[in-house]
Unconditional design. Structure first.
Length: 212
């Protein structure tokens, strides 16, 4: 009798464990169906909005110097600045706590002909519209970039602040027309000439990639 009782007890425990495994399996299957079928589109959109991609980065063109070390042609960086107003990390709490101060700074240093109240309304409207590429400033200098990075909200960092920086470069000749024909031109829509053409392989550098 004792052996039979023990056997029944073991069978009961086995059934309980089996029932637990079945319940867990059913829950996992339900969760899979919920994510993969019922809310598939929602999760796909969420993934598209957060996944990182590689972007090409064009290198700055190399400088050309005179024999005594003076720059004859140089590349000066400038920046197109936008804001992702719907960054996942830019929560409503963070946005609401900083929007008034940000609008004041924008009015003072960037959108100088627009009032803080107007800027605030415009940013809120664009955020509500789902804007992820709000224009802050085109062709900003490095000093302007540093200044804007110190603004409220933006200074919280790339993700919570939402700043998107696109770096470009502009070719300048400090001595303007002096030896301009010899230095030559680097052109996208026409053949390059002069030193710019002869040493293009070395001046143009190698493109890189950035994960964003």
């Amino acid at each position: 009798m004792a052996a039979m009782s023990k056997r029944k007890e073991l069978l009961l425990r086995a059934y309980i464990v089996l029932a637990g495994l079945v319940i867990v399996a059913i829950m996992l299957i339900g969760a899979t169906i919920n994510i993969g079928v019922i809310h598939a589109e929602q999760w796909r959109e969420k993934g598209d909005s957060t996944k990182l991609k590689y972007f090409d980065i064009e290198p700055d063109r190399g400088n050309i110097y005179s024999a005594d070390g003076y720059p004859l042609a140089t590349s000066v960086p400038y920046f197109d600045l936008h804001m992702d107003l719907n960054s996942e990390a830019m929560t409503k709490k963070i946005f609401d706590a900083n929007i008034d101060s940000l609008a004041i700074y924008f009015s003072r240093y960037v959108f100088v002909n627009e009032s803080p109240a107007s800027i605030k309304r415009r940013i809120i409207r664009r955020r509500n519209d789902g804007d992820r590429y709000f224009l802050v400033k085109n062709n900003a200098t490095y000093e302007e970039l540093k200044k804007i990075k110190s603004f409220p909200l933006i200074r919280l960092g790339k993700y919570r602040g939402g700043l998107i920086v696109e770096r470009k470069s502009r070719r300048l000749k400090p001595f303007r027309n002096l030896a301009a024909r010899t230095i030559g031109l680097d052109r996208d829509n026409a053949p390059s000439v002069g030193i710019e053409a002869s040493f293009d392989e070395y001046l143009r550098g190698n493109a890189g990639k950035k994960l964003m």
